[in-house]
Design a binder for this molecule. Structure first.
Ligand code: AMP
Length: 283
């Protein structure tokens, strides 16, 4: 069932809560693929009722990013959600979420701002304000759906850590469930933005997972020096790749690692033409 208004969702949730049912929330921006599907399946398995939100959140896009061209495939998304057993697809308009006008202005909108330590690195460095938009919309979704569990992919590991921090800091009564990265057989991490890749660019995109798998293999052989591990990346990069970052951080705190260890997550972002791709791996 697709619902477009907050009032309709609240009504349904109220009834489910009265019945004592547990509720799972899977926040997405739509253009659903097998990565999203794995999150929805996990929620359906674990919770009595599952809500999937499909909302291309304008306030998490920076000026010049792909807000207008972001793929929107609501009919197909709804079919997939029904097949997997989700109960509600919540697909609000920007006006429904933020009111008329002023959408991009924090002069008029109350924002949830995650701590500087967590946003001043990785994607937060180039996407200034992105995580403010993410935390604000996720907090709103939590208040609308009041889920017991919310499911997030490790594909966006920085986002997951920031949301966990928000939930802790603001005492939000929800349990965050991390879900593993789903990849194509080639190793490429699934992403709605893969739709932007031409065949050639898709070939180039394999460099991200190859670099990460190779770093993991070197670490497994006993190399723990981060500079040496970073150096192994360059043989996979060509003139089409614009490496934005390759960083070794603590998987829970995002502290910088001096030596690679079992709680290190390696994060990579590469631009191929206009398309910016991210990936990560645990050592
Ligand atoms: P998005 O629609 O890109 O905002 O993603 C919605 C949720 O799906 C986020 O929690 C993502 O981390 C998760 N997700 C996206 N791609 C993948 C993937 N390949 N594997 C696992 N989770 C994913």
């Amino acid at each position: 069932m697709i619902l477009h208004t907050i009032a309709e969702v609240r009504e349904q949730i109220k009834n489910w809560k009265k019945e004592g049912l547990t509720i799972g929330l899977v926040p997405t921006m739509g253009a659903l693929h097998a990565g999203h599907k794995s999150l929805i399946e996990k929620s359906v398995e674990q919770c009595d009722r599952t809500v999937v939100s499909v909302f291309v959140n304008p306030i998490q896009f920076c000026p010049g990013e792909d807000l207008d061209k972001y793929p929107r495939t609501l009919d197909a998304d709804n079919k997939l959600c029904e097949q997997v057993g989700a109960d509600i697809v919540f697909a609000p308009s920007p006006n429904e979420m933020y009111g008329e006008g002023h959408i991009h202005s924090n002069d008029f909108l109350t924002y949830v701002i995650p701590p500087y330590f967590y946003v001043n690195k990785l994607c937060g460095k180039s996407r200034v304000g992105h995580f403010d938009g993410v935390c604000t919309v996720v907090n709103k979704l939590f208040n609308i759906v009041r889920p017991d569990f919310a499911f997030f992919g490790q594909k966006d590991a920085q986002q997951l850590i920031i949301i966990r921090k928000m939930v802790r800091d603001l005492n939000i009564p929800v349990e965050i469930i991390p879900c593993p990265i789903v990849r194509e057989p080639s190793g490429l991490a699934l992403s709605s933005r893969n739709k932007y890749l031409t065949d050639g660019a898709k070939e180039d995109a394999l460099a991200l997972s190859k670099i990460l798998f190779n770093i993991k293999a070197c670490y497994d052989k006993g190399i723990t020096d981060i500079e040496s591990l970073k150096d192994t990346a360059f043989s996979f990069l060509n003139e089409h790749h614009n490496l934005e970052y390759l960083e070794f951080l603590d998987a829970d705190t995002l502290d910088e690692k001096t030596v690679a260890d079992a709680n290190t997550r390696v994060f990579i972002a590469v631009k191929i033409g206009d398309v910016r791709l991210i990936d990560n791996i645990m050592l």
